[in-house]
Design a binder for this molecule. Structure first.
Ligand code: A2P
Length: 330
């Protein structure tokens, strides 16, 4: 049994941590919940018990014995507090972008690169939500055919921007102005997620590009990306266009995905079967449909990939990392 802490417990992903830890019956001895000063003193439910939320501050951390800390309170909080947890012997699974590209920190999707948890030095990073769902099919394709180039186009839910993102959609539907996004999101599409960088890409787009290369151990992969926020509450959808190195039969691609843990193929155009955000909401698997050849290039493939950004894209993936950790403990 383990002493577990959640940092950012009152947030969107934090609450999902509680739900998933309970449903998967994670072996917890004591559970400690942390959030901002504003939430300190409030309580959250776990297994029919009310658990106190504490302020995330050094004094509240160093007097505890915590084996595992799940972080989802943004990069600034991770940079400030993750190493304090490591100093008291905790292993941190961090959902923020703070450590993802750090050479000393593994970036892990358990179905894709579970071997990378072995070299952690106290912190393991959980990838960006839009990257997690993409790398499941990409890993299978890389292993079987080799990948030459990837083009990502995403349609991302407002919940990826936390509680404030959800509020912007809800308020926007009532005609109120946005607080979180640069434009109204209700009835709109915004081709900007996170800030713009000097190269003209957004930070989200570069996260997808850089994290995919790190997780697949392919620094030379050619990838481009366009990330768009859409007025959807939950689940990110992605059109992924892939140029493979070797020739393929489309039926073999269906079969490969059907045999991959964590992927559900939902694809039958005669019956209008393809995944949508509403359908995939609250599901654990990554759903793939519209699997078809891209006739415009040699060995081209198109996929439509949908997953719950708060479950597989965040909390579930982090808990799966924690499960890998405790299995490697035994
Ligand atoms: P709080 O609810 O007290 O503000 P989301 O991304 O869904 O909005 O969630 C963000 C999470 O990060 C919340 O749990 C939030 O707590 C937490 N958080 C925000 N600012 C801080 C801070 N300064 N210290 C600790 N936790 C914070």
């Amino acid at each position: 049994m383990y002493n577990v802490a959640i940092v950012g417990a009152t947030g969107n992903v934090g609450r999902k941590f509680l739900d998933i830890l309970e449903k998967r019956n994670f072996p917890i001895k004591n559970l400690y919940l942390f959030a901002s000063k504003k939430s300190a003193g409030s309580k959250l439910k776990f297994k029919n018990k009310e658990i106190l939320v504490e302020e995330t501050k050094r004094d509240n951390i160093i007097n505890k014995k915590i084996d595992l800390a799940l972080f989802s309170a943004g990069a600034t909080i991770s940079l400030k507090f993750a190493k304090i947890f490591v100093s008291i012997g905790s292993t941190v699974v961090d959902n923020s972008s703070a450590y993802r590209m750090d050479k000393n920190v593994p970036l892990v999707v358990p179905e894709v690169n579970p071997e990378d948890i072995k070299w952690h030095k106290g912190i393991i990073a959980n990838p960006n939500c839009s990257t997690i769902q993409a790398v499941l099919p990409l890993k299978v394709l890389e292993d079987n055919y080799g990948i030459k180039r990837i083009i990502y186009s995403t349609y991302q839910a407002v919940s990826g921007a936390g509680m404030d993102g959800i509020k912007d959609l809800e308020n926007g539907l009532m005609g109120l102005p946005p607080q979180k996004f640069p434009y109204e999101i209700a009835g709109n599409c915004i081709p900007q997620i996170d800030i713009f960088l000097d190269n003209g890409y957004t930070k989200e787009e570069m996260k997808m590009i850089d994290e995919t290369k790190k997780i697949l151990h392919k620094p030379e992969l050619k990838i481009t990306s366009t990330c768009v926020r859409v007025p959807v509450l939950k689940c990110h959808s992605e059109s992924i266009n892939i140029e493979l190195k070797k020739a393929f039969e489309i039926n073999d691609i269906f079969q490969l995905f059907k045999n991959t843990k964590g992927i559900k193929v939902f694809d039958n155009i005669n019956e209008l079967k393809y995944p949508t955000p509403l359908m995939v909401s609250e599901k654990d698997d990554v759903y793939i449909g519209r699997i078809r050849r891209d006739f415009s290039i040699e060995n081209g493939l198109n996929l439509w990939v949908v997953a719950d950004n708060i479950r597989k894209g965040a909390a579930l993936n982090a808990v799966q990392i924690a499960e890998l950790l405790i299995r490697s403990d035994k």
